[in-house]
Design a protein. Structure first.
Length: 346
């Protein structure tokens, strides 16, 4: 929603093909200036219904032929398999962006491997991501690149930034409630620090398949009264959620470079993250946050306690994160680099 309007403003004609992500979404909609066509790829893949798969495959092939694009920019996910299955419809050069890199994607027989071999360029979202790709697929090393995200125009506007408060600490987890994000680790770590900081609260913002399991874990740990499950919030409310946080936890099991990390840095929040993929490239240990040597509740609890006992250092880290973001993760650079990649493969 940031990148595409920026590309349109530079004269590019962009159409989105997406999977349905929820009930009640139309098959076609113009989202702002962006035309979005939705196909039932996720349902067809998850049910493995052959008739549905063939129907979606036929519809996507027809759509590709009608559109006849100069370039396909594939974001690896639910649409990737059906992109491979419909390649014969049209064969423009393809740029694939891979956002997160679980080990299963880095195997030679994976769907991602097939997508990478079928793409003229493959872009990671961090330097470490590019390194992992190069190690897993050395025969494709010339195709790999990386481009950092930037925060779009909505985040460039002047905004009120309240310094983190530590009187009644609010420890924030923000993101999809899925195993990847490690919010179960956050709950176990929080349970360890409650005796020392009984006024602290853990706030979990987001929705996902792990919600019931996380609530049950909070109850089992005896901390339900100090854990707030907020649900999802609209994009414009994210800044206020971050403004209320004393720190942000990112104990992800694998990642690319989560957008919430950039948003937390923009709001000058100290971040505690796991040492995976692109996170340490934004969260520099002891400078703009804390990076866990091992991603478990023991290490995370120690890191939380360190920030709670050293609020002045925590505030300094948050400001350093904002400075690092401004210097190395600019939106204009992100747009220009994608434009350069498009021109290269075209």
């Amino acid at each position: 929603m940031d990148l595409i309007p920026a590309l349109q403003s530079r004269g590019h004609d962009v159409t989105v093909l997406a999977s349905y992500t929820g009930p009640g979404l139309p098959a076609f909609a113009k989202v702002g200036s962006v035309p979005v066509y939705r196909f039932d790829t996720w349902s067809a893949l998850s049910t493995k219904d052959l008739k549905s798969l063939m129907s979606v495959r036929k519809a996507i092939s027809s759509f590709k032929r009608e559109l006849n694009p100069d370039i396909i920019h594939l974001h690896f996910g639910a649409t990737a398999y059906l992109h491979l299955q419909t390649q014969s419809a049209v064969q423009p050069p393809t740029l694939t962006t891979v956002h997160a890199l679980p080990e299963s994607s880095l195997k030679e027989n994976s769907v991602f491997s097939k997508v990478a071999h079928a793409s003229q360029a493959v872009n990671a979202v961090s330097s470490k991501g590019k390194q992992l790709l190069s190690q897993a697929f050395p025969d494709l090393v010339d195709r790999f690149s990386f481009v950092y995200y930037g925060l779009g125009s909505a985040w460039q506007d002047a905004t009120r930034i309240d310094p983190p408060s530590f009187g009644e600490p609010v420890i924030l987890c923000l993101g999809r409630l899925v195993q990847q994000k490690g919010f179960d680790i956050a709950l176990k770590a929080f349970a360890r620090i409650v005796p020392a900081f009984p006024k602290a609260h853990l706030q979990i913002v987001g929705e996902g398949v792990e919600e019931a399991a996380l609530k049950q874990l909070a109850a089992t740990l005896g901390i339900s009264h100090q854990v707030r499950f907020v649900g999802s919030v609209p994009p414009h409310a994210v800044r206020e959620v971050l403004n209320q946080a004393s720190m942000v936890l990112l104990p992800s099991r694998y990642e690319g470079l989560p957008l919430v990390a950039l948003e937390a840095a923009r709001m000058q929040r100290p971040i505690i993250s796991s040492d995976v993929d692109g996170l340490p490239e934004l969260v520099r240990d002891r400078e703009s946050g804390l990076v866990l040597a091992e991603n478990n509740e023991h290490e995370l609890a120690k890191a939380i306690l360190y920030l709670l006992h050293n609020p002045e250092q925590a505030i300094r880290m948050g400001k350093a994160a904002a400075q690092h973001l401004e210097e190395h993760f600019t939106f204009e650079h992100c747009v220009s680099e994608y434009e350069r990649l498009f021109q290269k493969i075209a």
